[in-house]
Design a protein around this ligand. Structure first.
Ligand SMILES: C=CC1=C(C)c2cc3[nH]c(cc4nc(cc5[nH]c(cc1n2)c(C)c5CCC(=O)O)C(CCC(=O)O)=C4C)c(C)c3C=C
Ligand code: FE2
Ligand code: FE2
Length: 323
């Protein structure tokens, strides 16, 4: 029996300091995410970061937490799973989280026990970075190391220039801007960053980000001086990929640009980094520098074009395994 498994990053169980501590501990103990040697990193993580960040991050999560549906990342991952299932009536679709619950380990172990002997694994990261994509496959392989009956596995390759993905991103942007009472003077295309040193050591993320942007922009028909591609969510002191989103927003506002829209094609679902970081923190940065309106375009979420795209991407890799 074939199964489809979506692998998403994961989110804390609750927007509280108590729930953030194990979430951040797991996230920031991953050597794919933090490449600092353990002997140096461990005292910093346990002595400083895990004493201060859980409370600060819990406050941010509390702002984006929905009373009914909880974490947006969890909500949209569930929706994507349900909606993708409708495209594959004969192939069960599940999701697992790299950090927190439901863990990849739990879901894959249950799938194997239920008799799945073929898995199509879709990492929910269009651009490959070792910090995300390889961390997702690590979670899978660590689980498979422990089981007796290892299924046949196909891992969907990065889909950063897959036409269905690009068309879905363009459709989300166009549908959303059509609802606005005003039109932006400038489009900021913002991606989560990684440290520059990771790129220098061979992580292909930045190249794939640029290729996504180059393939996306012709679909939107914007002239070259009306958009800028940026990187957000810097963590720690070392330089990350540039230009930083907040620096570009400041420069645009100082240049007299009053209205911007921000699109986030590297995130397949809205989350802390899109709703609170861009929608609140970066908006404040832009307004403080003299800008008037920052519009945060939603992520791919449960847009029908994205669900169709996920189905097309899975079908490409599932040849002979799915109908
Ligand atoms: C989409 C791609 C992502 C990359 C690349 C990425 C790299 C990366 N992230 C951190 C540190 C943190 N990220 C946090 C949240 C977070 N990151 C992504 C995606 C990517 N990260 C998402 C979707 C989310 C949101 C999850 C949610 O629940 O909404 C956090 C936790 C929140 C916080 O305390 O700020 C941290 C920490 C590093 C260090 C890194 C690459 C080295
Ligand atoms: Fe992150
Ligand atoms: Fe962040």
């Amino acid at each position: 029996m074939t199964g489809i498994l979506l692998v998403q990053l994961g989110t804390p169980d609750a927007p509280t300091k108590a729930a953030l501590k194990p979430y951040l501990r797991q996230f920031l103990s991953d050597p794919r995410v933090i490449e600092v040697p353990k002997l140096i990193w461990w005292p910093i993580l346990h002595g400083i970061i895990l004493r201060t960040r859980p409370a600060a991050s819990a406050e941010k999560y509390a702002r984006i937490w929905d009373a009914k549906t909880g974490s947006p990342l969890m909500h949209y991952t569930k929706r994507q799973t349900e909606l993708l299932q409708a495209h594959f009536p004969d192939t069960p679709v599940r999701f697992g989280m790299m950090i927190g619950n439901p863990s990849v380990e739990k879901v894959v172990t249950e799938m194997i026990a239920a008799g799945f002997d073929r898995l199509i694994v879709l990492p929910m990261f269009p651009q490959y970075s070792a910090t995300t994509f390889a961390s997702a496959t690590d979670a899978l392989f660590k689980t498979l190391l422990k089981v007796r009956r290892v299924p046949a596995v196909r891992i969907v390759p990065p889909y950063y220039v897959h036409p269905a993905y690009l068309n879905a991103v363009a459709a989300v942007i166009q549908d959303d801007l059509a609802k606005l009472a005003w039109q932006p003077d400038h489009l900021v295309v913002s991606f989560h960053g990684i440290p520059q040193s990771y790129s220098k050591r061979g992580d292909p993320y930045a190249t794939q980000v640029v290729r996504t942007t180059r393939a996306l922009l012709p679909r939107l028909g914007l002239p070259r001086d009306k958009w800028t591609q940026t990187y957000q969510s810097r963590f720690g002191k070392e330089p990350w990929l540039k230009p930083y989103t907040d620096d570009v927003l400041t420069a645009l506002a100082k240049r007299g640009v009053k209205r911007v829209a921000v699109t986030l094609p590297g995130f397949t679902a809205d989350c802390l980094e899109t709703i609170d970081e861009i929608g609140r923190e970066s908006r404040e940065v832009f307004e403080h520098a003299g800008g008037e309106h920052l519009h945060n375009i939603p992520c791919l979420n449960d847009h029908p074009k994205w669900i169709e795209a996920m189905a097309a991407i899975v079908r490409d890799e599932g040849h002979g395994w799915v109908k």
